[in-house]
Design a protein around this ligand. Structure first.
Ligand code: HEM
Length: 505
């Protein structure tokens, strides 16, 4: 190790201990902070609680310290909220105060310090970006323009699976093919483009770079440099890789998609029948001077991270639960057959006639919440929450998974039982009308993509169940549903092999 660097770090550490002790004494007098484990100077609670602050570990802390608790992660304050009442306070009543986002050293790189929409603070830039993105992405008109495309994409998956003899015997990892489908669903909306096959070189470049971005951002490996700024020099190598991945990705979006679309638009400028796709609207906003070229690329980047994998994880969880609960799979198939007729594949306008399908989607999002702690919120200024003072720039995690899986609030929450949404929880919607169930958040920073995600999930799961009996591979009675969490994601650890036996009519 570089000795000079080490010496500097140790000196800095000593200085920081002194400052932190003084500051914490002063702060202790001024603030009534939420309860939590007793912090030690510099490290706070970090050494006690470790890196993996997943929804389950945070639930254990909530049981010990209460519905609002404070963890000091080095220099960062982390407030965990675990009751519907406090979630309402953060997301609704004090939605402006807690409507910003924290970033960290890594997210600063990936978003150029908040040039995007998802990770920017609550304010003028966020409002503008969200307004500009609404018409091209988040309206029912968009759903109607693209829903046939989504239906076709699932049909392509079904046809490909039927052509593969392995699928009905030893099984296949269906996720790989579904990933192509999800990219196509979103790239149709963004650029009016789709990728022909899993071997498409551009699709593979995108997949690798998006995967790298997710891995680097969701990892816990860089926490030490984020929590204890004095250790940041040791992160230099990590941050350099992040910078390279970010540059390559944005360049790829620019060269292969944005510029291509610009060229096409200039050659077909007189073609009034051409359907506009999302990027056309975004480029118009750029031309009007509302946003700059970087913002355009960050909109593309945000859709890549916020839309594709989250929906894919949920599809994957839904399939896993249907494989492991064959009676629910059959009940769903019966509903589809009865309402639509055998072999008539579900389309988007059919969804309101299929309550059990919707219940399966909602139950998947409850038990296997893709973003269990929401995207972290932040208060720019000192604030009050419950009876406590929350220092400015605290990271606020709403444990939405626990709100939806707390046995004090739900009947046997550990069971995958879609019927609950037709029986005792029939009034609960995915859009956040009940603060116990917030898979998409609620309020100002809630997920605008819900309007696309729900029909995509319903069409995909519905059509698969109508076309195949989905089973665990030979010799297994269930597939492995061990969870894997990241900074704020929850997906299935193993992309399981499943057997898909075509259903004949
Ligand atoms: C099953 C799929 C999805 C789930 C479970 C999901 C969930 C979420 C959650 C929990 C948040 C954060 C809410 C908060 O912090 O309060 C969020 C934010 C967001 N989601 Fe989604 N999402 C999904 C799909 C999508 C799709 C398809 C899109 C876009 C087409 C999208 C775009 C966004 C954006 C742009 C934000 C940031 C909003 C803001 O900061 O103002 N999401 N999503």
């Amino acid at each position: 190790m570089d000795l000079l660097l080490l010496e500097k770090a140790l000196l800095g550490l000593f200085a920081a201990i002194v400052i932190a002790t003084v500051v914490s004494k002063l702060r202790g007098k001024r603030f009534k902070l939420p309860p939590g484990p007793i912090p030690i100077p510099i490290f706070g609670n970090w050494l006690q609680v470790g890196d993996d602050l997943n929804h389950r570990n945070l639930t254990e802390y909530a049981k010990k310290f209460g519905d609002i608790l404070l963890l000091r992660m080095g220099q960062r304050n982390l407030v965990v909220v675990s009751s519907p009442e406090l979630a309402r306070e953060v997301l609704h009543t004090q939605g402006v105060e807690f409507g910003s986002r924290t970033r960290n050293v890594v997210f600063d790189i990936f978003t150029d310090k908040g040039q995007d929409m998802v990770f920017t603070v609550y304010g003028e830039h966020w409002r503008k970006m969200r307004r500009i993105m609404t018409v091209p992405f988040f309206t029912n008109k968009v759903v109607q323009q693209y829903r046939q495309g989504w239906e076709d994409e699932v049909l392509e998956v079904i046809n490909d699976v039927k052509k593969n003899p392995e699928a009905s015997t030893n099984g296949i990892v269906l996720r790989k093919r579904l990933q192509l489908m999800m990219y196509n669903n979103l790239y149709r909306i963004m650029f009016d483009r789709r990728f022909e096959s899993e071997d498409d070189p551009l699709f593979n470049k995108l997949k690798v770079l998006n995967g790298e971005r997710s891995r680097l951002a969701q990892s816990f490996d860089y926490n030490y440099g984020d929590f204890i700024p004095i250790l940041r020099p040791f992160l230099r190598g990590y941050l350099k890789i992040c910078q390279q991945v970010k540059d390559k990705r944005l360049q790829l979006f620019k060269d292969n998609f944005v510029e291509e679309r610009k060229k096409l638009a200039s050659t077909k400028a007189t073609d009034n029948n051409r359907m506009k796709c999302a990027i056309d609207y975004i480029l118009e906003a750029e031309q009007k001077g509302e946003i700059n070229e970087d913002n355009v690329l960050f909109i593309v980047e945000n859709i890549n991270v916020a839309a594709i994998e989250t929906t894919l994880w949920s599809v994957e969880w839904g399939i896993a639960e249907l494989v492991n609960n064959p009676h629910i799979q059959q009940k769903l198939r019966n509903e589809l057959d009865t309402v639509l007729g055998p072999g008539v594949l579900v389309t988007e306008p059919d969804i309101p006639k299929l309550p059990y399908l919707y219940a399966v989607v909602k139950e998947t999002l409850r038990l296997r919440m893709a973003i269990p702690l929401l995207v972290p919120h932040m208060n720019l200024h000192d604030a009050k929450l419950g009876d406590y003072d929350i220092p400015a720039e605290s990271k606020i995690l709403v444990n939405a998974w626990w709100l939806a899986n707390n046995p004090a609030q739900w009947k046997k929450p550990e069971e995958f039982r879609p019927e609950r949404f037709l029986e005792e929880e029939a009034k609960v919607e995915a859009s956040g009308n009940d603060f116990r169930y917030l898979p998409f958040g609620v309020g100002r920073r809630s997920c605008p993509g819900i309007i696309l995600a729900l029909p995509i999930l319903s069409i995909t799961l519905g059509r698969l169940v109508q076309s195949f009996e989905m089973l665990p591979p030979p010799g297994q009675s269930k597939i492995d549903t061990t969870e894997k969490g990241g900074q704020f994601s929850l997906h299935i650890m193993k992309h399981s092999t499943i057997v898909l036996k075509p259903i004949s009519f």
